[in-house]
Design a binder for this molecule. Structure first.
Ligand code: ADP
Length: 360
């Protein structure tokens, strides 16, 4: 290297170091020396790992050096260098290795990454704060829901006693009013139970008991729960008994399937059809689909309905039916069991909800 080129390199706005295959430093520029606080005498001929932190030394031995030796170069590798005072300095390194007259040299350029580290730290802090806030929210919801259930159950119980005439004769208008209180009480209880469920799932306080489950059993146990509503709406049910086995938590799987069947029943007008279909999904998964010929979902809402409290603005939602939590819970449960849940739908053209689980 000519005198002037070395001079220029010495004061370049980046660190530069070269070393041989024995890792002894053959050249290090002033920029890097100044940044690390070393006089040249202390580093010339020293092992390059002298300027690395302990984790960076391990990284250098196991990854960086073998990589450069194999490929002749490395690009944008993050390394923690160590100053003479023992402080860490984050740097991005580009390296090339070349051989001249049988002597191999590796040359590295280092750029300090102040800004990136600042952003990374800020991101990490924001993420931690968000996680904590989320946990606090889930805890608050869990406690509140639990506390609200007790008085609500009492309201339900007293309404029933009044309806039965335990406290004296009840007129028809009073019975009508009691029926309304009863409906509202049930709705509120369902909402609170759903919120409690979601809070538990989101705070990771739900245990999944994974076992091999026969899909035919789950469908067979769940259908009788919706058949009365289907019959009252004159809906046709099409379901073939599948022979597939899946890995799932039986109770939670039943909860998801029940939610899908209840929705299909709710959102399909009289005379429609609800189909339960099971198909392979790739080599390792099975897909259970609940398909209806109902009112469908607007395109821009198909993904949103899986978010808590999101309902399509229909007469059902306006009448305060449902809580808008069923699908959020179902998707969390499906993912908790190692599967997934999504929908395909068009407004007025029915909906298909697909639940994918691992084959058992
Ligand atoms: P809920 O049924 O209690 O309102 P869900 O989370 O189960 O809550 O569903 C959210 C919304 O998604 C429903 O309010 C409805 O607007 C829409 N939806 C769900 N299933 C169907 C379906 N099969 N057909 C049409 N819309 C549906």
């Amino acid at each position: 290297m000519s005198e002037t080129a070395a001079d220029k390199l010495d004061h370049a706005p980046c660190g530069f170091v070269s070393f041989g295959d024995d890792s002894r430093i053959t050249y290090i520029n002033s920029t890097l020396l100044d940044r690390l606080g070393y006089p040249i005498e202390e580093l010339a001929g020293k092992h390059v790992e002298t300027i690395l932190t302990v984790p960076a030394r391990i990284f250098h031995q196991t990854h960086f050096f073998p990589l450069v030796k194999l490929h002749g170069r490395a690009q944008e590798v993050f390394m923690l260098l160590r100053t003479r005072e023992g402080d860490d300095v984050g740097m991005l390194c580009n390296a090339v290795r070349h051989e001249r007259d049988g002597i191999a040299t590796t040359e590295c350029v280092f750029m300090e990454v102040h800004e990136r580290r600042k952003f990374e730290d800020a991101l990490l802090q924001a993420r931690t704060a968000a996680d904590e806030a989320n946990k606090a929210k889930s805890n608050f919801l869990a406690v509140m829901s639990h506390e609200l259930r007790t008085p609500l159950n009492a309201i339900g119980g007293y309404v029933q006693l009044l309806e039965m005439g335990v406290h004296g004769p009840v007129t028809q208008p009073q019975l009508d009013a009691l029926a309304r209180i009863d409906r509202s009480q049930r709705h509120l209880l369902r909402l609170i139970n759903d919120v409690l469920n979601l809070a538990r799932i989101e705070s990771g306080r739900v245990d999944y008991v994974s076992e091999t489950v026969k899909l035919a059993d789950v469908i067979g146990d769940t259908l009788p729960m919706v058949e009365p509503q289907m019959a009252s709406k004159n809906l046709r049910l099409e379901s073939k008994v599948p022979s597939d086995l899946v890995k799932a938590d039986r109770e939670k799987l039943q909860q998801v399937v029940l939610n899908l069947l209840t929705n299909a029943t709710k959102f399909t007008p009289s005379g429609g059809t609800v189909t339960v279909e099971v198909k392979p999904h790739g080599a390792a998964e099975v897909m259970l689909s609940v398909i209806d010929t109902g009112i469908g979902i607007p395109e821009d809402m198909v993904n949103k309905i899986f978010e808590p409290f999101v309902q399509v603005d229909t007469s059902h939602a306006r009448a305060g039916e449902g809580t808008g939590l069923g699908l959020a819970i179902s998707r969390d449960l499906a993912r908790g069991m190692g599967g997934d849940l999504w929908a395909e739908s068009r407004l007025g053209a029915g909906s298909a909800f697909h639940l994918v689980l691992q084959r058992g």
